[in-house]
Design a protein around this ligand. Structure first.
Ligand code: DGJ
Length: 727
């Protein structure tokens, strides 16, 4: 058999109602398969995960002689110490010994779901392990529902979403790390003996330090377009732990789930604890293949309106910061409309009655218009946007308050903080986070959006920010036995609130922001159309940040704005073309004061926005091919998008090093149809002389195999090329 087994086998019983007892469960997506073995009263084991196999190949796998000693969802206290599930039973016993009780199968419109219920042999305690295999997407999701009927609460000490083991060899893990302003930096490392742990303990924003997504390259150092690669994504917005343990000579073991630290969960009899989803994908086309699988899945299932075209917007933040006024907003609205933009977003600084928001120290929670700044209210701004033929949106930070706010004066017990303690504050020395586990707070946060929308139904977009962590661990709302729940119940409360918002306002565009990219995760993205990638808007650094982000998140959701030069964060001076060329590889927007642009810059912006509109379907919905990495020490970085029918593609090239006489790599597009002929045109050109191949036609095969040479002049040189199939 050509395919190589990725997993150890385990053992288990399966009983499909209405079918004869069947131990093997084969779940397949178009290109991948997962094989479970589920014998009644035995152990649930995972026999195979990799490229697609057929029923006929099952006997080959089962008789392969490979080890059969690994459970699909290992539990603590009988056979093993490292486990996905660790509990303390109502009576205090910490052991689990589970076996397959039943197997259920159901069809969803887009997927098949198999659920295997594991029951403890001694206690009325169950873990239902679920798998969802998409019919048209190469992703398999797993999650677990834990319940019991013991006499008293069971304490969940660790309840991972899933477990996976794969054979040792030269296996590498690729993952993201960073901080404010340098989100999504790429790390690649070979797995060595010991444990590699990626965890987050921020409480509210889980994507600054690390990310709950990883890729495993099974065939040596990671390659973009070759090599068997597994992708794993934990769809959770709270603290997480991804643990890869390498012990003994045979397997790497991977656990992913909610972080167990300070999160023991008291589960009442008959209550069901559902873990977050862990999504897996597999590709033989390297990191790029895994990214493309994830992007397709995300656009279809895990990003709000993932297949809808995004508007080109101007955000007011870096243009005016807190100096919001009717006049300033009117000016920006007119300017973005005249450049061809489609949406204006008023950022921070617009609200607060008793305490007008003039800086980061006051007013969060007081979501009424600051009358001194905006005498005509939100309605006045919407009218101004409508007059200019564009849409209007605004910024909120609804989970937060300041000590100087009417909200905090009224409800000091609504914040995350143990009763009786003086809270430590965040931004401005005054910011506090509201306790989303409290239903009254959930109602309030829902009301922030609901009231704004009821008063101004034409608001088209909201940027939802979150600029603080859970540092005052505790809750005035949660009872004593639940004081270890805040890290989990905060996010459950947040999700419930977002579900209510989405049920009432399905069409509202929501941007996910947390001091930049602090919350870019698939726990929240199903409720948001896009995310703010980073507060660092320096185009040069954005080449790196967006490159890393693209491993797991598609361009349609990647807020990418042209900002002023010198850049406000790095002070770097970068030409307008480079700034546009970088922003145009994501969801294009602007974030600056257009009035400060020269006429030439305005002309360029107008033309680049028109160009983006023409290539937007390919950039936002196309397949991504990363061509030259900014991490590889080459003078340029390059990536491209191809439409699904391969009739159109757009390639972006950015200078990242500028030294005389260095070797420029050959540019080799990927993802084209080798049998098609493509006309190549340069977009956003500023050079007087056209490229030698401008407007010429080349076979796709030639372009991809031979590639072409091209200069990229200047320290911040960049090029955008369009490939259009000719009949
Ligand atoms: C942090 C965000 O990341 C910024 O884009 C901006 O919205 C500020 N907050 C406003 O306070």
């Amino acid at each position: 058999m050509k395919k190589i087994l990725l997993f150890a086998a385990f053992s288990l019983v399966a009983f499909l109602p209405g079918h004869a007892q069947k131990k093997e469960i084969l779940l397949s997506t178009p290109e991948t398969s997962l094989l479970l073995f589920a014998p009644q009263d035995g152990a649930l084991t995972l026999r195979y995960f990799g490229s697609r196999i057929t029923e006929a190949q099952i006997p080959e796998i089962l008789s392969s002689g490979l080890d059969l000693d690994k459970q699909a969802y290992p539990v603590f206290g009988t056979a093993r110490n490292e486990a996905a599930l660790v509990v303390r039973h109502a009576g205090g016993d910490m052991s689990l010994d589970v076996a397959v009780e039943k197997v259920e199968e159901r069809d969803e419109p887009a997927a098949k779901v198999v659920s295997v219920t594991l029951k403890d042999k001694l206690y009325p305690f169950r873990a239902k392990v679920n798998y969802r295999a998409y019919k048209e997407l190469d992703v398999i999701e797993t999650w677990v529902e834990i319940s019991h009927e013991e006499k008293g609460n069971v304490k969940l000490q660790k309840a991972a979403s899933g477990y996976l083991s794969f054979r040792q060899g030269e296996v590498w893990v690729s993952h993201l790390y960073g901080s404010w302003g340098s989100e999504c930096t790429l790390a690649r490392e070979r797995l060595m003996p010991g444990a590699k742990v990626l965890s987050n303990r921020d409480g509210a924003r889980n994507a600054f330090t690390h990310h709950p997504e990883v890729m495993f390259s099974l065939d040596g150092a990671p390659q973009e377009n070759t090599g068997r690669t597994i992708g794993a994504i934990l769809c959770w917005s709270g603290n997480y732990e991804l643990n890869i343990t390498t012990e003994g000579p045979r397997y790497h073991e991977f656990y992913a789930g909610i972080d167990p630290i300070a999160s023991e969960y008291a589960l009442a009899p008959k209550e069901v604890f559902t873990t977050p989803v862990l999504a897996y994908t597999f590709s033989e086309e390297g990191l790029g293949g895994v990214s493309r699988n994830i992007h397709r899945w995300a656009r279809k299932t895990h990003i709000a309106h993932g297949e809808r075209t995004r508007d080109i917007l101007l955000n007011s933040w870096e243009g005016v910061y807190f100096k919001v006024s009717q006049e300033a907003m009117d000016g920006m609205i007119e300017d973005i409309a005249s450049l061809g933009g489609e949406l204006f977003v008023m950022d921070d600084g617009w609200f607060g009655d008793k305490y007008p928001r003039d800086n980061g120290k006051t007013s969060l929670g007081d979501w009424t218009v600051a009358k001194n700044k905006l005498p005509n209210g939100i309605g006045g701004l919407i009218a101004s946007a409508e007059k200019n033929g564009i849409k209007f949106g605004l910024w909120i930070e609804p989970e937060m308050t300041n000590t100087e706010s009417e909200l905090y004066e009224k409800h000091p017990d609504w914040i995350v903080c143990p009763p009786g303690r003086t809270p430590i504050c965040g931004r401005g020395g005054t910011q506090l986070i509201l306790d989303m586990s409290n239903p009254k707070v959930q109602d309030f946060v829902f009301g922030v959006v609901d009231n704004l929308m009821k008063d101004n139904p034409k608001i088209a977009y909201m940027k939802w920010d979150a600029n603080f962590s859970i540092v005052n661990y505790g809750s005035s709302y949660l009872t004593g036995d639940k004081q270890s729940h805040p890290y989990i119940d905060y996010h459950r409360g947040l999700e419930k609130t977002l579900q209510r918002i989405r049920a009432k306002y399905p069409d509202l565009t929501l941007q996910l922001c947390a001091s930049g990219g602090g919350r870019v995760n698939y726990g929240l993205m199903p409720y948001y159309d896009e995310f703010w990638t980073s507060d660092d808007t320096d185009a040069f650094q954005r080449v790196h940040i967006q490159w890393g982000t693209s491993y797991f998140f598609p361009s349609v959701a990647m807020g990418s704005h042209v900002s002023a030069s010198p850049n406000h964060q790095t002070k770097r001076v970068v030409p307008i073309k480079y700034r546009f060329d970088v922003a145009m590889s994501g969801r294009l927007g602007m974030e600056m004061q257009p009035k400060d642009m020269t006429d030439a810059e305005k002309e360029f912006s107008k033309s680049a926005i028109a160009t983006y509109k023409a290539i937007r379907p390919v950039v936002q919905q196309g397949d991504l091919y990363r061509l030259i990495s900014p991490y590889d020490g080459k003078p340029v970085s390059s990536l491209m998008y191809c439409s699904a029918d391969k009739k159109q593609a757009v390639m972006f090239v950015y200078r990242i090093k500028y030294l005389l006489f260095e070797n420029m790599p050959t540019f080799r597009p990927a993802g084209l149809d080798p049998a098609k002929t493509y006309r190549v045109t340069e977009l956003n050109r500023v050079e007087k002389t056209a490229l030698s191949f401008e407007g010429k036609e080349f076979p796709g095969r030639f372009l991809m195999e031979q590639g072409f040479e091209m200069s990229v002049p200047g320290e911040y040189g960049s090029r955008v090329l369009k490939f259009e199939a000719v009949d």
